[in-house]
Design a protein around this ligand. Sequence first.
Ligand code: SAM
Length: 245
Amino acid sequence: TSYGFREVNEGEKQTLVNDVFHKVAKRYDIMNDVMSAGLHRLWKDAMVAALNPRKDADYKVLDVAGGTGDIAFRIIEASNRKAHATVLDINGSMLGVGEERARKKGLSENLTFVEANAESLPFETNTFDAYTIAFGIRNVPHIDVALSEAYRVLKRGGRLLVLEFSEVELPLLDRFYDAWSFNAIPQFGKMITGEAEPYQYLVESIRKFPNQEDFATMIRQAGFARVGFTNYTGGIAALHSGWKL
Ligand code: SAM
């Protein structure tokens, strides 16, 4: 099958995404370093600094599409190991790697792992102080539904933070980035996992994701207030923020 430059419907999209992450789960963390040239670490640290988690045991964060736990681990460390994080992902293979990493880091007590869909969260309304999602929302077929669910499960005064690839705003970086993502990323994918096509699909999903302004509008439409964004590395990634007031 070729995923390249073919329109996929929404049901198919989730299946393709699940396929990719089942295949890469064990090598996901090293792939991230290779494909972003280590930059994902800086962006994730910046996201957690922006969140500035409270340092008490009542502070509850939901990290959606949390995969192997990168964001949740950082949040717990930043809270002096006080906060509690729920790592939710649709993919059991990714969560399995995350649970193993959590054990090794001695963070298991602060964490809960939940296998579920971002479009239908298995939590009560007004449960969390913060909702984070990093490099996950572009994989979700119905982004508007995921954002409404985020709004629902947050407490009043709760914060939404979304880290995602975005529109590059520097002309030269733009061209370099195109070459990198359309050629290098599928090639690395092939080297590490034996297949290039799933990565091609992921690169295309970055192109199709709304730009900074349009995504901010979608967040407002889900009910969030004081919505804004910050670009990282010339817009390769952007952090969007909103509040449930
Ligand atoms: N947040 C982690 C990070 O930044 O390293 C993982 C990001 S990884 C690129 C994307 C994750 O989104 C995968 O683990 C995938 O299984 C998950 N995902 C895709 N569709 C999802 C959905 N509908 N609901 C929840 N998680 C989903």
